[in-house]
Write a protein that binds this ligand. Structure first.
Ligand code: CUO
Length: 666
């Protein structure tokens, strides 16, 4: 830790105990917007003037589990976010955040302060510290954290050579789902999911739902599923089975081994074989299976008839955005009574989180499904979301397949496609992945008692996938006689199914993973387009650690490539982790189909706002940058008689090309 950090930390010990908790976060936020580092924490005494805040703030007690999927919790969090976003100066925001730290539940505090930073105009472009550094208890098992801190206190490592202990695991090979624990438990992936929900809160910000929020809810989660299926196929597991029969036992269990902010409780372990039960943990707002079935049936009615019924009895067409709004119960839902005021999706998280103690008779904490920091660790997350995705799928397959006009780009021909790993050079069309150990410092736990805070790094090792950087090389001919603005849409999907059989396109299309989408102007004649994987429109580059962020100082610059800066009109924390861009593949080389499609950007959009993170996260306070349906062209049914395999599809259009590639894990 650098000396600045040390001096700041030493100041924390001098201030009142409770204030010390929020100082790291406030210091950080202050540093982003140019305030001096130390004065931002210069409150010498907390003045928790509770009555200055609107009613309904400070209701959930400290030490209780916070779940954005519970109505009362989401209501309170939304009130805090709206209040903080509406503070008319940064100073006021900063001071009120400090006061709120005194009265808010820890989970609401972390969620609300960071959501407010993402949405305030005067914090635009600010980067938040990595969640696993400010709240490591949602990312690392309690015993791992304890051991790491104990080692520091004892002044020695328990590894024989004094090095950082090896990466932890939360299960064993006796559980088939354990094969992908490394993927579900990845810190960057969990942070992406948390930040996506902060960027698109289902309660909105000041009640406002964002452009195509329901559709983006569908698409971002659909892509998570497509990626998970690719990983499952790589390790010999079947694709995700939707959790749609809510009366059968759930064969997959999960033990997250996570503790809460203070170590007061452990997230529930969910044994294999449990059956869902009505959730009466909050008797004032139970989640009942029959209520879920009622909303599911009303959603299926809407999908089948193509019409939502509104409260006044009038009908409105079902589209993907409205369906997402209804399923998520965001502010644009067509009818809260019929489709749910909390939403079938949110209730699903809640009821599954409470499955091990559904009436709270044993005072057992809920499972990770209730917490957006950690929900994706549990295999049931993906089974639940596959059920949700199936609702979207049922709607989409009722739409007519795209026409020739929808798909073609006249006078544009893709002549060649290649992928090339850059360094070290490898044979073309093979991507290289590997597992690597990364050491992270968790000393900045913002919920740690300051008396327990060590004055040095506390190291934990995580295992994560990474890949050799590569580029796409696409040869294109523009024979229109004039320059054309073109969008390049790049996807990959596994070539073979669970049985080793080549996928037919209409099955494979749900597995296509967006890898990049970028816009360039095609000059007349031939062009050779090279595009680096590091620019991908889905990724957020590696998050800078707190130490790195402080070292970089207080200015934000445009255009840097390492993720240390962010444009004010971006959801800076949202985006797929760069190290997970490429699915892991297999040691022998897993065959994938790479698909490139070039479309006419003049028709697709009126903006050039494609950049890192925009595919899954959109652009802050602006419309989604691509007018095409999300997932285009694989979101709609593809006629198997016309296009049996992806190569048949690509061969049918000059503006498409497919390429067999391999992903090899070395
Ligand atoms: Cu992201 Cu279910 O929506 O968690």
């Amino acid at each position: 830790m650098d000396s600045k950090q040390n001096s700041v930390l030493s100041l924390f010990i001098a201030v009142e105990h409770s204030l010390a908790h929020y100082c790291p976060a406030l210091d950080y936020v202050a540093s982003l917007v140019g305030n001096a580092l130390v004065p931002s924490c210069g409150f010498t005494k907390a003045v928790p003037e509770v009555d200055i805040f609107p009613s309904g703030i400070g209701v959930l007690a400290k030490g209780h589990q916070f779940s954005i999927f519970k109505k009362s919790h989401a209501d309170e969090a939304a009130k805090v976010v709206n209040y903080l976003v509406s503070c008319d100066s940064f100073k006021k925001f900063q001071e009120d955040a400090a006061r709120l730290r005194e009265i808010l539940n820890e989970g609401i505090y972390l969620y609300a302060i960071s959501t407010a930073v993402l949405h305030r105009t005067d914090t635009g472009g600010a980067l938040l510290p990595p969640l696993w550094q400010v709240n490591p208890r949602s990312y690392f098992p309690g015993p791992v954290i304890k051991r790491a801190f104990d080692q520091v206190r004892r002044g020695k490592s328990d590894a024989s050579d004094g090095s950082t202990p090896p990466a932890f695991t939360t299960g064993s090979n006796r559980d088939p789902e354990f094969k992908l624990a490394w993927w579900r438990e990845d810190c960057g992936f969990n942070a992406h999911h948390y930040h996506w929900h902060q960027s698109y809160p289902w309660r909105g910000v000041n009640g406002v739902t964002k452009d195509r929020q329901g559709e983006l809810f569908y698409y971002m989660h659909q892509q998570m599923l497509a990626r998970y299926d690719a990983e499952r196929l790589a390790v010999g597991l079947m694709r995700v089975d939707p959790y749609s029969n809510w009366h059968l036992p759930i064969p997959e269990g999960y033990n997250p081994q996570l503790t809460d902010y203070y170590g007061a409780y452990q997230f529930a372990a969910r044994p294999a074989g449990m059956i869902l039960a009505d959730n009466w943990r909050d008797p004032s707002d139970p989640t009942l299976i029959i209520q879920q079935e009622y909303h599911r049936n009303r959603l299926l009615d809407a999908i089948n008839t193509g019409k939502f019924e509104k409260n006044d009895g009038t009908k409105v067409d079902v589209d993907i955005n409205g369906l997402g709004a209804a399923i998520e119960a965001n502010a644009s839902t067509p009818n809260k009574d019929l489709y749910g005021s909390v939403g079938i999706h949110n209730r699903g998280h809640d009821i599954l989180a409470g499955i091990t103690d559904p009436d709270y008779r044993y005072n057992q904490a809920g499972g990770v499904m209730g917490d957006i920091s950690a929900a994706i660790r549990d295999p049931i997350f993906f089974r639940w979301h596959k059920f949700v995705d199936d609702l979207f799928f049922l709607h989409k397959i009722k739409l007519a397949p795209y026409t020739q006009t929808d798909l073609e780009f006249q006078n544009v021909q893709v002549d060649s496609v290649q992928v090339q790993v850059i360094n070290p050079a490898r044979p073309a069309n093979t991507l290289i992945t590997r597992m690597e150990d990364v050491v992270v410092d968790i000393a900045n736990d913002m919920f740690l008692d300051p008396n327990d805070k060590p004055n040095t790094e506390v190291k934990v090792t995580v295992k994560q996938v990474n890949h050799d950087k590569f580029s796409y090389e696409v040869g294109v001919t523009n024979s229109s006689g004039a320059p054309l603005k073109a969008a390049f849409r790049i996807f990959i999907a596994p070539s073979l199914d669970e049985y080793g059989t080549q996928y037919q396109l209409d099955s494979q299309r749900r597995l296509f993973i967006e890898m990049d989408k970028f816009v360039t102007t095609l000059k007349t004649g031939s062009s050779a387009i090279t595009r680096s994987s590091t620019r991908s429109s889905i990724i957020k580059p590696r998050e800078l650690t707190i130490a790195e962020l402080k070292k970089r100082g207080t200015t934000t610059k445009k255009g840097a490539d390492d993720g240390s800066t962010c444009r004010a009109d971006r959801y800076c924390e949202c985006g797929w982790p760069e190290h997970m861009l490429v699915p892991r593949g297999t040691a022998a080389g897993m065959p994938f189909d790479l698909f490139v499609m070039v479309t006419n950007w003049a028709n697709d959009s009126s903006t050039d706002d494609l950049d890192r993170g925009t595919s899954y996260c959109g652009v802050k306070d602006k419309t989604y940058p691509d007018k095409r349906p999300m997932g285009f062209p694989f979101d709609r049914k593809i006629d198997s008689a016309l296009y049996k395999h992806v190569a048949d599809f690509a061969n049918g259009f000059s503006n498409m090309m497919t390429l067999p590639i391999k992903i090899t894990c070395v």
